[in-house]
Design a protein around this ligand. Structure first.
Ligand SMILES: Cc1cc2nc3c(=O)[nH]c(=O)nc-3n(C[C@H](O)[C@H](O)[C@H](O)COP(=O)(O)OP(=O)(O)OC[C@H]3O[C@@H](n4cnc5c(N)ncnc54)[C@H](O)[C@@H]3O)c2cc1C
Ligand code: FES
Ligand code: FES
Length: 1345
């Protein structure tokens, strides 16, 4: 270590000491004017003044959309920009969801002075991470600053609308702001750049294609079909002027703040002292050292991007007394690009990308382009813009198990870090040495990276993770070799092999490094020696959250082999050489193909959501956006951390001591007459579930108490301080196999479905197979959190606004818990920011908890459930495991099918999925005369599992499809041929005995095969597989029948004609969850009444108007509400007909309405759709899907190349919306079948994957590169609503085709080593699972010649 220190005396005042009694005070902002404190001692009352020693500011100022804001110690230093904007209502269009940097719905752009380029720069950042006090001098632009429907949309907002990029709309403002930031930085953006940078914001609704298409219209190389108008930079900058409300180019200069400029502000030191801590912003290294000297022994933290807490909550700024913002420390921005490359600690990950991009062709920096590629898949766009590489290294230092990408990059090139302590003493060390450096009172200054002469240095870095973008690595690796290519790739000096993700201690594969010195890597024996040395020195740790140790070892070895194949390409056989390359992804392209019948317009007319411009501009209000009621409080739930135990003690004293906390509520606070049961009797009958535990703990995450406080953050922080101890702690059951082994079965399971005699048929069959397959759980991942606002009414009732999919259930839950009549409670819902089944029954619990809190404190209470609590406390998709026996003839025609299906129901057998057990779907699209389907629900220590888009259907159809694949494999036949042989035809009966009519599946499969040139595609896949040893492709076609169940569902609808102008209001019992229900309702209403759509409005749903309506779910709500509206319109038309006739001729609508009113014709009509079919299904929706995947056999990482779907939507009411539903459902299915995985702590039963760092729904690059969706044409559904078919859920299931395509690629990999026998691939087909199934063996890691 070298030492070279400087030190300058410089102090900030911290505590003010009274000159009379020596009592210490924190100076407060209101004590300060022009740097002078005037303070009254709280101890002795002495009034005294003093002057600060430096010219620092005690508040920060910044602009939001041109308006100047100043914030000082009236805010807690832990306040984020997002908190500030939403609490002050400066921007309600900017959303929040995860509050940990992982979902990206909170993006805004910031313009600030960049010391690197020495100019102002603007880019998108996550406002939930960015600290309020860090914004000094920033110009912040939010969605409101761009445009709105009244004044005009910004061109980005317009494009999002034009391309149907908003469904629920919760992510839309962030998608717009991401693009705005991108274009501010680079107005000549390319399609590739758009795809690369749209990794920041998760969209659970759309499937991304529509969003990306909208954004690609701005690309200079946009394909012809997307080419937008060339956009002038001034149009891009056309924000709304605060003063005029009209578009202005450039930024408004707010009068009276002439010194507001980014560079002015950033240069000023700040010191803010508040009741909860202090914020320092030194502007030079010496100032920073001075602060550190003073506070090194305090509970302090440096702040740059403040993103670290997204990974490690202990870094949350609320946990520190002293926060030191280092953004203004000029010395930390060094960039020297000489013979040594010096990079200051304050360079963001994006700065690094920009710098290495400049050096990409410089032979002395042979690692530059590898670094660029690697950094582009490190974190996500908003995080890369705002977070520093030094902050990343500090996370690694604190958590040695963290597979830091930055550590891998820097250590691979032996970067040297320069560190300075509070006394100015400098030292240098390698990144590996840094992990043991005591950093108390120290700062990383810079990293020095070498340049190289000669051509022998080969540097590559790799990262394999569960998701292609924005995901931490399973293993990340860096290789730095100096090779003599002319000498059989002689390793000229000790190479560097850096590996992360193996265990906490391992940084270098030291034995392999030593083994290779002076050896010829081109020698096959040396390669084998290196591989076995590497294998023997890797001892992977086991962590419940990590992938299997054997996979990680295999992956690390594979990455080394990949490196060798790449750098020693000339040694490798052509078939092997491609293994050295990663998967190549080209920008997503796609087609949508549907027809329309203009004679019926507006019915079948392709049109946008009525609310699209409001969604794209962030104008619509979700529940979290409503203004706070006077005295409104916030509530947070205390949940159990054990999965099977009894509560011993509950101590809330620490929580109650937190300033702002008002109450701690337990089960004993439930009022007399109320019950401690949130499951409505009217829905669940005798099944009860405690609102708050009275002692017995059935799962980790069970609610125990409620903390009520002034702010949500206070309530959440205090809830974590409630101490609960447990007794009788048992090991919980949290997986299916343990539950089966322990016979943890519920009594009285649903009866089996029997058709014919399957056992006898199988016994008599020439071909028999048996096997098993499973499918996992899924978190609904609605971006809008679960939220309820309850207000006690002045007459003893409760007003409830909540994010429910089922108003009646939430109403009943609140009434029952509080002992009120249901008529004492009102529940209202305007719209939801996504739901996906998670807000059906699970909202009843949240509503019940919030209502109890509001009742106890007697004030309005809002409960916003954070993502971690949500994922632990509430039910998710039910996981299943199936065992099957199947018989067929020699051609593959089914003779008998026996399926025993085990479902992990959680601790109770009651919720949405359990009712699915006895329904349809397990036959998928296949006829068989003999079925035995036996459901066995399992009891586990989990919350009762619940609905998740396509509950029951997705797993059951998947199981049957797996069976068909198994059968084809065992017969060595083309799977599609076997499937086609068994497809239903009209007139055949399903296992429940229902005769299927209007069956289109045969036609659909035939048409799809022709559309996609099936035989040629299969040939191309086979050719590719022959030509590549370590890359394999697979293609699979999946036919599907999806039974649509209307039965038992009841919805009411009211159509009200206003006599004054003939306009129409509609109120229906469904909920707008983003699916476009209200647009279709208006289309149908306009069609029936024969009036323009513009005359019709849909009102919010409420328990008063829409009482007794069923849940919005199961794909059917839109159809059934449309029936209600159609019937209501027909009632009205019948009433108006005599008047119309009497008026003779053809009166205008307005005249007719006015005349009807004069004649006292009732202009309000209602209808209750009450569907009771004799069989579960009302009709079936059919589709066929072809997926093609490419697999990197060495890593298990795969990429979807192409997806073609032909879908029978009948006469789609609105094909533009329906195709959006298909794309979005498909994308959610991709998450379910391929990548979303829940892991539980085997000891406590807690969900370990709670939060965005560990749970990964799809991002754009997880979607196929080529996506083609087509609706079956001219095939109206004779038993649907106006010829249509449902579209919400079936497309999700079609994504299983992708799993089978990957499976076929794995089969091709196994065929290379004669191991192509049948294997089962359970969902999700995660990267680690897929690689393990390839059965790689290092003896085959050769040059192939
Ligand atoms: C959603 C998300 C995704 C991510 N994905 C990845 C990923 O794929 N791969 C990966 O490797 N990482 C990933 N990260 C981690 C990310 O790179 C780090 O959070 C980030 O780089 C930290 O920088 P920061 O400026 O935000 O640090 P802060 O959060 O501000 O600080 C983090 C820590 O560093 C300390 N610190 C900061 N600067 C210095 C300095 N100069 N000297 C001494 N101490 C300092 C602080 O005191 C604090 O302890 C992800 C993070 C998030 C939130
Ligand atoms: S709320 Fe900011 S990233 Fe999720
Ligand atoms: S539209 Fe993107 S999350 Fe709903």
């Amino acid at each position: 270590m070298s030492k070279n220190g400087t030190h300058k005396d410089w102090t900030y005042p911290s505590m003010v000491v009274c000159p009379v009694c020596a009592a210490s005070h924190l100076p407060r902002k209101d004590n300060l004017a022009n740097g002078v404190y005037a303070c009254t001692c709280v101890n002795c009352g002495h009034f005294f003044k003093f002057r600060t020693v430096q010219n620092f500011k005690s508040s920060v100022s910044f602009t939001i959309n041109g308006t100047q804001y100043t914030a000082g110690n009236e805010y807690n230093p832990a306040t984020s920009l997002n908190d500030f904007m939403r609490l002050s209502r400066a921007s309600m269009g900017t959303k929040g969801s995860c509050y940990e940097g992982g979902c990206g719905v909170c993006l805004v752009t910031v313009k600030l002075y960049d010391p690197v380029s020495q100019q102002n720069v603007e880019y998108a950042v996550n406002s939930c991470c960015l600290q309020l006090f860090a914004c000094d001098g920033f110009e912040i632009t939010t969605i409101e600053g761009l445009g709105n429907p009244r004044k005009g949309l910004h061109v980005i907002q317009e494009r999002l609308v034009e391309h149907d990029g908003a469904q629920c709309g919760y992510c839309s403002p962030a998608q717009v702001m991401n693009m705005y930031g991108l274009l501010q930085k680079n107005p000549t953006v390319t399609v590739q750049q758009v795809e690369d940078e749209f990794d920041a914001t998760i969209c659970r609704c759309t499937g991304y294609r529509s969003i990306l298409d909208a954004m690609k219209t701005f690309a200079v190389d946009a394909p012809q079909n997307l080419k937008g108008k060339v956009v002038d930079i001034e149009d891009l900058d056309a924000k709304l002027c605060k003063k005029t409300g009209k578009s202005c180019s450039g930024h408004c200069k707010t009068t009276g703040h002439s010194d507001h400029s980014c560079s002015n502000q950033i240069a000023k030191p700040v010191h803010i002292v508040g009741a909860n801590g202090q914020w320092f912003k030194p502007t030079s290294l010496s100032e920073l050292q001075a602060v550190l000297l003073q506070y090194a022994n305090n509970n302090y933290r440096l702040v740059f991007g403040n993103t670290g807490f997204g990974l490690y909550q202990e870094l949350g700024p609320w946990n520190f007394d002293i926060l030191i913002d280092i953004r203004a420390v000029q010395e930390l921005y060094t960039v020297k690009l000489g013979s040594t490359i010096v990079l200051g600690a304050n360079l963001s990950l994006q700065n690094l990308i920009d710098i290495f991009e400049q050096k990409a062709t410089d032979p002395s920096v042979p690692y530059a382009s590898a670094f660029v590629q690697h950094l582009k898949i490190t974190a996500q766009h908003g995080i890369r813009n705002m977070s520093s590489w030094a902050g990343n290294l500090m996370l690694k230092r604190a958590h040695l198990e963290f597979p830091s990408d930055i550590f891998v990059l820097l250590e691979t090139v032996s970067a040297q870090l320069t560190i300075v302590d509070a006394n100015g003493v400098q030292s240098t060390c390698s990144c590996a040495e840094f992990l043991n450096v005591d950093m108390k009172g120290k700062v990383i200054i810079s990293a020095s990276l070498p340049t190289y002469s000669g051509t022998g240095v080969q540097v590559r870095t790799y990262k394999t993770s569960s998701r292609l973008q924005a995901s931490q690595a399973f293993i990340n690796a860096g290789f730095n070799f100096n090779l003599d290519a002319n000498n059989n790739f002689l390793v000229k000096s000790r190479p560097s092999i850096v590996l992360q993700g193996i265990n906490s201690a391992l940084t270098h594969a030291v034995q392999t490094e030593a083994f290779l010195v002076n050896k010829a890597l081109g020698d096959p024996a040396v390669l084998q020696g290196a591989l076995s040395t590497l294998s023997s020195e890797l001892t992977p740790d086991t962590f419940p959250l990590w992938t299997d140790p054997s996979y990680r070892r295999s992956l690390a070895i594979s990455l080394f082999y990949k490196f060798v194949l790449d750098v020693c390409q000339s040694k490798a056989d052509a078939r092997y050489a491609s293994g050295g390359q990663g998967l190549v992804r080209t920008p997503m392209v796609g087609t949508q193909d549907y027809d329309t019948d203009q004679t019926k317009w507006p019915l079948t007319e392709p049109m946008k959501k009525i609310t699209a411009p409001y969604l794209a501009t962030g104008v619509v209000q979700y529940l979290d956006d409503l203004p706070l009621a006077p005295g409104e409080l916030c509530a947070s739930v205390v949940i159990s951390t054990e999965g099977s135990a009894t509560i011993d003690t509950v101590d809330a004293s620490a929580a109650l001591a937190v300033p702002g906390v008002v109450a701690f509520i337990q089960a004993s606070d439930i009022p007399a007459g109320g019950v401690n049961n949130w499951r409505p009797y009217g829905i669940f009958g005798d099944f009860k579930e405690e609102l708050l535990s009275t002692g017995t703990i059935l799962y980790a995450g069970q609610p125990i108490g409620i903390v009520v406080a002034d702010l949500q953050t206070t309530a959440d922080t205090a809830a974590a301080l409630v101490k609960v101890t447990y007794k009788n702690v048992q090991i919980p059951i949290v997986d299916i196999q343990t539950a089966i082994k322990q016979k943890s079965f519920f009594p009285n399971p649903p009866p089996p479905v029997v058709s014919g005699n399957a056992a006898a048929a199988i016994a008599a069959s020439p071909k028999k197979i048996s096997g098993s397959v499973g499918c996992g759980s899924q978190y609904q991942f609605h971006l809008e959190p679960q939220l309820t606002i309850c207000t006690p009414t002045d007459v003893g009732g409760m007003k409830v606004k909540t994010t429910t999919q089922w108003i009646d259930g939430s109403l009943e839950s609140v009434a029952q818990v509080l002992g009120l009549q249901q008529s004492d409670v009102t529940v209202e819902v305007e719209r939801l920011g996504g739901a996906f089944g998670g807000k059906i029954t699970q909202n009843f619990l949240v509503s019940g908890l919030c209502a109890l809190a509001a009742y106890v404190v007697g004030r309005t209470v809002k409960m916003r459930v954070d993502i971690h609590t949500n994922m632990k406390m509430l039910g998710k998709r039910t996981p299943y495991y199936a065992e099957y026996q199947v018989g067929s003839d020699v051609t593959g025609k089914l003779t008998g099918v026996i399926i025993t299906l085990y479902g992990d129901e959680g601790w109770g057998l009651t919720d949405v999925e359990s009712s699915m057990f006895v329904q349809d779907w397990f036959d998928n699209a296949y006829y068989c005369p003999n079925w035995l389907f036996t459901p066995i629900p399992l009891k586990t220590n989990k919350p009762v599992n619940t609905g998740c888009r396509a509950p029951g259907s997705a797993p059951f159809i998947f199981v049957m499809e797996s069976i068909m694949e198994h059968l084809a494999k065992s017969l060595q036949l083309d799977p599609l041929a076997v499937k086609q042989l068994n497809l239903y035809t009209s007139g055949q009966k399903d296992p429940a005995g229902m005769v299927l009519n209007y069956v289109t599946i045969g036609e659909i499969v035939t048409q799809l095969k022709a559309d996609i040139n099936y035989n040629q595609r299969i040939q191309a896949v086979n050719d590719f597989n022959k030509a590549n040893r370590w890359k394999k492709r697979g293609l699979a076609v999946m036919p599907m029948r999806f039974a649509i169940m209307w039965s038992g569902s009841q919805f009411n609808s009211h159509v009200i004609i206003h006599h004054g102008d003939g306009s129409v209001s509609v109120a229906h019992g469904g909920i707008d969850v983003g699916q476009g229900i209200n647009t279709k309702i208006i289309q149908v209403c306009a069609y029936e009444l024969g009036i323009p759509m513009s005359k019709i409005r849909v009102k919010k749903s409420s328990s008063t108007i829409n009482a007794n309506s069923y849940t919005t779910g199961g794909s059917i709500t839109t159809e059934l509400c449309c029936i209600g509206v159609i019937e209501s319109c027909r009632i009205l038309k019948d009433r108006m007909a005599p008047v119309k006739a009497a008026m003779g001729g053809n009166p205008s609508w307005e005249d007719l309405v006015a005349r009807c009113y004069q004649l006292m014709v009732n202009l309000t009509a209602s209808y209750v759709t009450h569907q009771n079919d004799p069989f579960a299904a009302h009709y079936s929706s059919y589709s066929a899907t072809c997926a093609e995947a490419e697999l990197d056999v060495l890593t298990g990482q795969y990429q979807l190349r192409q997806l073609d779907m032909l879908y029978d939507c009948g006469d789609s009411m609105n094909p533009e919306l329906d195709i959006g539903q298909v794309e979005g459902g498909f994308a959610m299915g991709l998450g379910y079948f391929l990548q979303e995985d829940l892991k539980y702590d085997p000891k406590t039963g807690e969900v370990l994957t709670a939060g965005t760092w560990d749970y990964k729904p799809p991002l754009p690059k997880d979607l196929p590169m080529n996506l083609n969706f087509k609706f079956l044409k001219k095939t109206p559904n004779p038993i649907g609503v106006l010829g249509s078919k449902a579209v919400g859920e079936p497309p999700l299931v079609t994504a299983a085709a992708c799993l089978f395509a990957i499976k076929h690629a794995v089969e091709a990999a196994r065929a290379e080593t004669a191991q192509d026998t049948f294997f089962s691939l359970s969902a999700p087909a995660t990267v680690d699972k897929v690689q393990a199934l390839c059965l790689n063996n290092i003896s085959s890691y050769t040059y192939g010649k």
